[in-house]
Design a protein around this ligand. Structure first.
Ligand code: SF4
Length: 253
């Protein structure tokens, strides 16, 4: 692909290779392209540091080398290939496009996704921009939808916003799976509302119920509460799995 002077520029927080710690690709080796910026506004966020664009991005596996933001599409591809060389054993790692909220850089992703071919791509997103999901679908192998529950995210109208984003359906093609983060304060009524939405829009998608990390001193979610939260999803016939964040156990990024 030719990259012209008019090509969109990327605001990148970091690029690295690690092991996927959540969702359908749990345990797979992947390259993570974390784009900077997010205007979603969740109350708890473990990537707040990525809201602002850093001046420089470290080049993986080249100690002391950096590139300055914003980056060209070709530079982002170079960072991915530095993280996961083209001749790496086991073949090309797939790429997770994450953030922040990556769809806030839609024009960049429209250019970057085809440039990363033939790597398989996963988009990690809150999914609040329905047209962006459709626009990017042709290049995506997977979409990880982080559906926000009001209590855990602090976004009182989160499920309404998701319903509006999905009003025109979700794209066919990419395999879509869903993450629902819950904590000890999450009421069953929010899972019931999520179950209604998912049964209508994604009846066969794998659903990952993710208890907020029990590590670092905070207590694990009591099993009885987890069972109550799971009940509406199971009753809706959804393909439910309960999986915590494994990268925190592995102590990798
Ligand atoms: S959408 Fe993700 S990155 Fe943005 S505030 Fe919420 S948790 Fe943080």
């Amino acid at each position: 692909m030719s990259v012209t002077a008019a090509s969109p520029q990327a605001r990148v927080a970091e690029v690295f290779r690690s092991w996927q710690g959540e969702g359908l690709l749990l345990g797979k080796r992947q390259v993570f392209v974390r784009l900077a910026g997010c205007e979603v506004g969740c109350r708890f966020c473990d990537t707040e540091w990525a809201f602002d664009t850093p001046a420089r991005v470290a080049v993986p596996n080249r100690a002391g080398e950096h590139l300055s933001n914003p980056l060209s599409v070709a530079q982002v591809v170079d960072l991915v290939n530095a993280a996961d060389p083209l001749d790496a054993p086991g073949g090309l790692a797939s790429v997770t496009l994450t953030g922040g909220e990556p769809t806030e850089q839609l024009e960049l992703l429209r250019a970057l996704c085809p440039a990363l071919t033939p790597r398989e791509l996963m988009l990690e997103t809150a999914g609040l921009n329905g047209p962006a999901l459709h626009a990017l679908a042709p290049w995506l192998r997977w979409i990880a939808l982080d559906i926000k529950l009001p209590t855990a995210s602090g976004l009182a109208d989160a499920l309404q916003r998701h319903a509006e984003a999905f009003a025109n359906g979700l794209p066919a093609g990419p395999e879509i799976f869903v993450k629902l983060v819950v904590d000890g304060d999450t009421p069953v009524s929010e899972l019931q509302a999520a179950a209604d939405l998912l049964r209508a829009r994604l009846p066969s998608a794998p659903i990952f119920l993710q208890p907020v990390s029990p590590l670092g001193g905070s207590p694990a979610l009591p099993a009885a509460h987890l069972d109550r939260l799971a009940e509406p999803l199971l009753a809706a016939g959804l393909d439910l799995r309960v999986v915590p964040q494994v990268h925190k156990v592995l102590k990798v990024r």
